[in-house]
Design a protein around this ligand. Sequence first.
Ligand code: NIG
Ligand code: FE
Length: 416
Amino acid sequence: MPKVDVVVYNIGELITFAGGPLERVSADKAFIVRDAGVAIKDGVFVSVGRSGDIRFRFDGVMVDAGGFMVSPGLVDPHTHLIFAGSREDEFELKLSGVSYSEILARGGGIYRTVRATRASSFEELLSRASRILDLMLAHGTTVVEVKSGYALDLEGEVRILEVARRLARVSPALVVPTLLAHVPLLEYRDRVSEYARWFAETVVAEVSRRGLASYIDVFCDRGAFSVEDSKIILEAGLKHGLRARMHADQLSYIGCSKLAGELELDSLDHLERMPSVNARILAERGVTATLLPTSIIAMMDPAKPPVGELRESGVVVAIGSDYNPNNMTPLQQTAMDIAPYILQLTPLEALAAATINAAKSLNIHDRVGAVKEGYRADLVVWDMESYKWIGYTWGYNKALTVIAGGSIVKNRLTAS
Ligand code: NIG
Ligand code: FE
């Protein structure tokens, strides 16, 4: 019998998404296999088929999925995982009616986290981020994008990305590092363009030279970077071989999402204030819309992205946790379960958004985000009979077994 590393069998319902990212999600395009099994070797799926065939064809560590539903591992395409400190008093301020923008304009919010992060050691940043990453894994997140953005100066941004690199080496999760131009340094607030040019020429160049990031990202908004300044930074990243994504149209609409028509962007994130007509630009340019349902709650602001138009225009929709000190939930599982309530996604749309479509947002959908031969072996056995239970059940950890890159990182079912 061929020897593999792990065999998972007796899967009641396996959602493979083997057809790739989905613009219009439906059960017939999700490649669902009933009574399924998978074999894993050297970190990738080597066989996907009927439970009986797989179980008796391969020899390895045997995991009985107990008839439960299995999906690809969750891909979280938007996190600010590495930072220090907390902002619980701002939570109370927001409850009393002070807006996120107002707190930021007063030098709080991101600026406060920058002060705390700069005052922390490499080891402190690493140990906190790895603890949260373990929590993410235990809840089914097997791939995580990690942004810098809480230092704003060259040494500090490089240091955060070095923490990300260390995380990538020690964790079974796949880490996708992003250099984020978050806000200008406070002393540059009256000359933001100068800071943007410096960031583009110095930070982007140095981070690329050291190979510390896959992506360049900019917070394009009032109170952060203008469309013109964002363009300078994104173009610098593209020129240095990074791929590009953007925080767009979150707090106000100043035209950020229109940049998708000009630059090669993989994803526009947030979009709470995007005019619905702009959905067409994303569709035409093949840009993923990465929506952040827990972040919408944390903002305490009723604005929502135009989900209906995104869907009708044929835009690939992803979701992410947007874990950050303003939105302290690190769980993509929670984002997925509340997406039906906050964004009116169907349970299957929410699952696609948190797996294969999130992989598309990170441009890794040719090897990540689906249960398919040759793909990275990331999967979750869920305490759910069917994908139809996504959102219908929520608020407790439903990830029973988690496999990341072929390693069993959690197993509440029997393995022999
Ligand atoms: O994605 N909008 C900008 N950045 C983060 C928030 C970061 C923070 O408040 O510390 C976001 O929501
Ligand atoms: Fe963000």
